[in-house]
Design a protein around this ligand. Sequence first.
Ligand code: FE2
Length: 396
Amino acid sequence: MAIQLSPLPLPASADPSKFAEFGREVIGVDPGNLSPEQFSEVREALYKYDALLFRNATVSPEQQYALTKAFDPASESYGHGNNKTEGTVKSILHPDLKTIPRVPQVQLIGNGTVYNHEGLAEAKLKHPHHRTFHKTAVSLEDEAKGHTRFYRWHIDAALYDLNPPRVTTLYGLTVPQGSPQVCRYDDGTGDELPVPLGTTAFVSGKTMFNILPPELKSVAVRARVKYSPHPYVWMAPAHAKPTGLGIESEGLEVPLGDLASWEEGKVKVFPVLWKNPVTGDLHFQVHPCGVSELLIAPLPAGANREGALYPDGAHLKDLKEVRDLLYKMQRPAIAPPLVYPHDWRENDFVLFHNRGVLHSVVGAFAPDQVRAFHQCNLAASDEPVGPAEEDVKKWA
Ligand SMILES: [Fe+2]
């Protein structure tokens, strides 16, 4: 049976014109048991719409791993590798991940204590709270009123040694019911977004590029970012901006010499724009927290230099300068009308194009609100592909 696609229900905050090509519900197929023909249709739809939702799904950890791996048959290990190794024990991601023993590529994430779950006798889960990561926090008084923040906008990726997974699958098994919250940006704009409790928020990397003014499109198409070695350990003492979109520059990062041993050859340098393998579109894919340097190529021969930024190229190493420029390019795309906050129902299975969107955990649960999700992504067998020569000619 062919798959049927239906637009995702958008919240009142969303600008529908910006979501015409984003997000679809897939109806009529079982994501745990796709035929080869159905898989190829799902794959096509995923790259076209960047996020797919299957409702009322029944998917075992083995099936979730199999579907995730089908997008990159040569991939093998979890997207962050073995998170129990010495080099990553101080990583800010470490406490958020519990591995399913039978299928170590699938992680149990969520909130509260879960018992006798897929071979785990007892798992204490903690929904990440912005207070542990942001420089400032919503006051306890405001939090009691339901105010919250985006925790951290990101791509699922180790950003060191391993390649960013092509897709991530998220399966909501236990979804606590609770009042909606208000996600505040607290960056002086007054922006805020009403969100369902415990939403996962998505923005399109394609939109992030498309809405830039020409001079920033020109920078984006010429730029590459260099990530820190062991970025999640490096950033651990630092604090995020109130939007969760990158780090405040306070000089708190771990000095490179104090990190566990690392090799220059494993440090990741990726293009800012990643080319969609099906549509050819360019997606602005930068995990702003982990970036340490920006490398901008000169304008190509014959390009119009008038009004161009960095016409002769640049290698930016000043963290504040790097972060300010990225923030200027990324912040417009997380404006409330451009965010899709998924309203989780139990047994929702979401498949997203990790090389085409940014996403964030949002909100705060009470300790007794139990949430259990299965998450899977696999370090890719290849690096993301950047803009082609024609793309550079067109946008630079
Ligand atoms: Fe994630």
